[in-house]
Design a protein around this ligand. Structure first.
Ligand code: FAD
Length: 514
């Protein structure tokens, strides 16, 4: 029982496997000389999923901590900036129906809640415009930094859009050459367990038996270790979030100089929504839909109509998925990360950020021996359950405020029976006070903070009642912050380059390393 945890075996070499390997290996570099090992086993024949192009700003610090050069990352992964998401046609379905969920917090967010001031005022500006410059930067196709801004630093907060296929290969190269991760290309054919149910080793077709102390299941939807071997059941979320299929398609730009959006565009359709992501060399697009509310042919027509006749010759790839997650994430000496742990529709790019946070938690809390592992796993399960629950609520929020009735998809989405109780309660509360620090957003690393809820709620026209006199004590500060925002927006618009121009410069000259 006091067996030391020295040998980490990761099964799967997609984004989850390589990010987990890199984050653990970087954190435990100092132990490598005394026998700590990270081994990644990956099938040479089972392909990675190859989608997943939108990320969260956490990826900047994850890459930086792994010692990755941001310039090399941009160049090798065809990566680009992401400053948030624009949600079009989600509220009414009309041509002018759109709002932003930017990555910058509202001005002075830790000092004063600007939402009641915006609600009580009459500025004629959207909530996003009134409290943060980023929506306007996106509207004008501007980048979130300049060529003189060092790697990983920002003028406006940013995440990335990236080529998922290239990202796994890039991380593999970095992890194996710089961080000492051992890479085994082999198919796992059998999982061997000890009497108490721990995983002792995996048998592989090409490389024999591989033993380990802690196994990380990054085997994708097959969940080879946690699901198939340890029998941890899957909890469906399809009763809340209906989408269960996607048609993915890569689309060329008209010309190499075509404008490139620095935000994800998510456009609601009759039975789902379409993502549109600008990479330097192409767009990544796809239609996520509910097969209960649309046939594949209808979904195909919807995507092709969105893209226009010039792309009619392209054939999308269909990916079916089951929305939900494992009932527990770490059992015995096996923890699942990535699609093996679960998947929810990619509406807010929540999958890769959850991979990063899970890998970080494993790395930080790495149990010293088998005896204390169950204490760590209980903690991991508690935090991870909380995160999945919050993400389900946040994704559902995008649907429950719709006024669209054009398809059963939208009508079913507002059925109270499909809304989680916690979200129902919060929506009730938010009629009288706007989300801020007290809304259970109490975890250190909240995936979607209260600011995210504000952007979606007020972007979709939700109203919170403001009591007479409620704003009096903070009125002067709020007015100053909103004026600062006008000045900051003006300044940023005059300074920041076009997104396409900055990407060209990064590819040509690189960013200044830090
Ligand atoms: C349509 C769609 C859009 C998405 N968009 C986003 C997005 O915008 N943002 C975001 O954050 N996420 C997104 N995701 C999720 C994202 O793609 C995944 O979370 C991410 O790619 C991680 O996948 P993975 O590594 O868990 O699994 P995979 O990429 O499927 O990798 C599984 C690995 O396991 C290996 N394997 C399987 N069986 C065996 C075996 N027997 N032996 C050895 N190895 C084996 C495979 O070879 C492979 O290396 C999207 C997902 C879908 C379906």
């Amino acid at each position: 029982m006091t067996q030391r945890v020295q040998s980490i075996v990761i099964v799967g070499g997609g984004t989850a496997g390589w990010l987990t390997a890199g984050i653990i290996a970087a954190r435990h570099q100092g132990r490598m000389k005394s026998g700590f090992t990270v081994t990644l086993v990956e099938s040479p024949s089972v392909p990675i999923i190859g989608v997943g192009e939108g990320t969260w700003p956490t990826l900047r610090s994850s890459l930086q901590k792994m010692g990755v050069s941001e310039t090399e990352f941009f160049r090798n992964c065809n990566a680009a900036f992401k400053q948030g998401a624009k949600f079009a046609r989600w509220t009414t379905g009309a041509d002018d129906d759109a709002y932003y969920h930017p990555l910058m917090l509202p001005q002075g967010f830790t000092q004063v809640n600007l939402a009641p001031h915006w609600l009580g005022g009459n500025s004629g500006r959207t909530f996003c415009e009134a409290v943060c410059p980023q929506g306007q930067l996106c509207d004008e196709g501007l980048a979130p930094k300049m060529i003189t801004t060092p790697e990983y630093q920002a003028v406006a907060n940013y995440a990335y859009h990236l080529d998922a296929g290239k990202f796994a290969g890039f991380l593999q190269q970095h992890c194996t050459t710089k961080l000492g991760v051992r890479h085994v290309l082999a198919d796992v054919t059998r999982v061997n367990q000890s009497e108490r149910g721990d995983i002792r080793s995996v048998d592989t077709q090409q490389a024999g038996e591989i033993a380990g102390d802690l196994f990380v299941d990054c085997s994708g939807f097959s969940a080879l270790l946690l699901g198939k071997t340890l029998g941890v059941p899957f909890k469906d979320c399809n009763d809340v979030l209906f989408c269960d299929a996607a048609l993915a398609l890569q689309v060329p730009y008209e010309t190499p100089d075509s404008p490139m959006a620095s935000h994800t565009i998510s456009t609601a359709q009759s039975a789902g929504w379409i993502w549109d992501i600008g990479l330097p060399n192409r767009r990544g697009t796809g239609h996520v839909y509910s097969t209960r509310h649309s046939t594949d042919d209808q979904a195909h027509d919807t995507l092709m109509r969105y893209l226009g006749p010039e792309h009619a010759h392209l054939t999308p790839r269909k990916i079916s998925f089951r929305g939900g997650h494992r009932e527990t994430f770490w059992k015995n000496n096996c923890v699942a990360v990535g699609l093996a742990a679960g998947f929810l529709e990619p509406l807010e790019s929540s999958a890769i950020v959850l991979i990063e946070l899970s890998a970080k938690l494993i790395a930080e809390q790495m149990p010293a021996n088998r005896e204390v592992m169950d204490i760590v796993s209980a903690r991991f399960n508690d935090v991870t359950h909380y995160r999945w629950g919050r993400i389900v609520d946040f994704l559902k929020l995008h649907y429950v405020l719709t006024r669209r009735t054009d398809n059963a998809f939208w009508r079913d989405n507002v059925d109270p029976d499909t809304i989680p109780d916690r979200l129902k309660n919060l929506l009730h509360l938010w009629k009288y006070q706007s989300p801020w620090f007290f809304d259970e957003f109490d975890r250190l690393e909240e995936v979607f903070p209260a600011a995210s809820y504000q952007y979606v709620l007020y972007g979709m026209g939700f109203r919170t009642e403001v009591e007479p006199g409620e704003n009096a004590g903070t009125e002067a500060m709020a007015a100053r912050l909103m004026n600062d925002n006008v000045a900051l927006t003006r300044h940023m618009r005059s300074q920041l380059p076009k997104n396409r121009d900055l990407m060209k410069k990064i590819f040509e000259y690189g960013l200044q390393p830090i």
